[in-house]
Design a binder for this molecule. Structure first.
Ligand SMILES: Nc1ncnc2c1ncn2[C@@H]1O[C@H](COP(=O)(O)OP(=O)(O)OP(=O)(O)O)[C@@H](O)[C@H]1O
Ligand SMILES: [Mg+2]
Length: 370
């Protein structure tokens, strides 16, 4: 029932002349959940709307289960209602004058599904989203989270082969968002439907996605598992956007396989992972996640250990951020625990694990702040 989605060289240029989506290429396996993650305005919604058929692409091909539904060059454009796609949006988009059950039954009514079958499927969908007990309630009497469950049930009830979700949790309060986020993955996996999910929230992307695609300015920079994305970001933007906020300037001295010796501040050297394109002599920026910086020596001589000075601390309850002066730069280190271990002004051994230091060309901007 669920479908493979293939997007090739997708491009959408609005009347303004700016490409909102520019040469997007990706494939989602049947039953897979893929999340598009990126800052505001990077083209996530436009991509989703092109797949749904609500937006007419300028060029490129979209195929669902091997059938091309959109190819402007070949004058193919299947209307949205014939694509058999479910959609859930940021706004709850429920029918306010109907009950929960009537809302969920609506797509089956328009498809003229027989009443017995309709009731059975509505029952199943409500069960799936945990709202069986609310079937006869007016939908407007529900909480935001419950309404979004109704919207989800309504988009799953006709068994679409592809489900598109555009920031469905962003109108909910933080606590509810976390709960529904965990539920969403379970529900989507239970139905087996292929899903394309859009968000600018990293935590949501990691919890929900089998794979995550990071977008910037209409382009897909990297699509990979969360593990790969967080441990081998393809470029400085992906590294920075996914939280590798520390940047050290350096110059590559020599390459050893995947790694290289890099000269950083004060003439000190450190070992870092180098993408294939970087050669000796290149000016680089080394990205390191604050949570990968280790403080304090365990006595053993470990690589990439330097003496740093604590310039400041930011106590955050269950964790502490240390601001460190090391290698001629100011970096953050994050430690879990309720006790501050190193006071301001003290010297501390700072270990930067070589496999978790990634060097990128210095000329690229890594402006990944949200
Ligand atoms: N109908 C339109 N006409 C002109 N420009 C548009 C239109 N829709 C979107 N855009 C532009 O295309 C770009 C991508 O917009 P899009 O809505 O896809 O971004 P997004 O990644 O979903 O952002 P957000 O996270 O804020 O929802 C933006 O620069 C936006 O201004
Ligand atoms: Mg959007």
């Amino acid at each position: 029932m669920s479908a493979e989605l293939k997007v090739e060289r997708l491009r959408k240029v609005f009347g303004t002349g700016i490409a909102a989506v520019d040469d997007m290429n990706f494939c989602i396996d049947a039953g897979e959940i893929v999340v598009l993650l990126g800052p505001s305005g990077c083209g996530k919604t436009t991509t989703l709307r092109c797949v749904a058929g609500l937006e007419h692409p300028t060029s490129g091909t979209i195929a669902i289960s091997g059938t091309v539904v959109s190819a402007p060059e070949a004058a193919i454009l299947t209307p949205p209602r014939l694509r058999n796609i479910g959609m859930v949006f940021q706004s709850y988009a429920v029918w306010p004058h109907m009950t929960v059950q009537q809302n969920v039954a609506y797509p089956l009514r328009t498809r003229k599904t027989h009443r017995t079958e309709r009731n059975r499927r509505v029952g199943e969908a409500l069960e799936l989203v945990g709202l069986s007990a609310y079937a006869d309630r007016p939908v407007v009497s529900l909480s935001g989270g419950q309404m979004q469950r109704v919207a989800l049930a309504r988009s799953l009830v006709y068994q679409p082969r592809l489900l598109l979700l555009d920031e469905p949790l962003s109108n909910l309060d933080a606590k509810l968002r976390i709960r529904l986020r965990d539920d969403l993955r379970r529900i989507i996996k239970q139905t087996g439907v292929t899903a394309l999910y859009v968000t600018h929230d990293q935590a949501e992307a990691v919890v929900l996605g089998d794979r995550i695609g990071v977008m910037r300015d209409g382009r897909l920079l990297q699509m990979a598992s969360a593990d790969e994305l967080y441990n081998r970001p393809a470029d400085l933007f992906v590294a920075n956007f996914t939280g590798a906020s520390n940047l050290l300037d350096g110059r590559v001295l020599i390459r050893n396989g995947e790694f290289g010796q890099v000269e950083a501040g004060h003439g000190q050297q450190l070992s870092a992972w180098l993408p294939a394109t970087i050669e000796a002599g290149a000016a680089v920026k080394i990205a390191v996640r604050p949570e990968n910086v280790r403080l304090g020596s365990n006595g053993a001589a470990e690589p990439n250990t330097f003496t740093g000075r604590v310039a400041g601390t930011r106590y955050q309850g269950t964790q502490t951020v240390y601001e460190l002066d090391v290698l001629g730069s100011r970096i953050d280190a994050l430690e879990l625990g309720t006790k501050v271990r190193y006071p301001v002004g003290c010297d501390v051994a700072v270990m930067l694990p070589p496999a978790l230091c990634w060097a990128y060309p210095a000329e690229a901007t890594g402006d990944g702040d949200q």
